[in-house]
Ligand binder design. Sequence first.
Ligand SMILES: [Zn+2]
Length: 88
Amino acid sequence: MIYYKQVKSAFIIKLLGQKDTIAMTIWPFIITRDATISAETLRHEKVHLKQQLRGWLIGFYIKYFYYQWKYGYKNNPYEIEARNKTSL
Ligand SMILES: [Zn+2]
């Protein structure tokens, strides 16, 4: 069981996400473009919650954005881990 609060904000998604982003996680919030997300998307975002806590938040964000710059979204090790633990 991991605590989170789901928040719908198309504005934040537009501001921080990509064109096709449907959800993003900034602990303790799972921010979504629409009011509902699929169970698989929720599972994917929960992996990111665990990664963020594991990295003491700041460590995660520094590494996430470094990986994003170095490998891109698809090959970002945090995204690979989240994909491997879900079908997304
Ligand atoms: Zn992800």
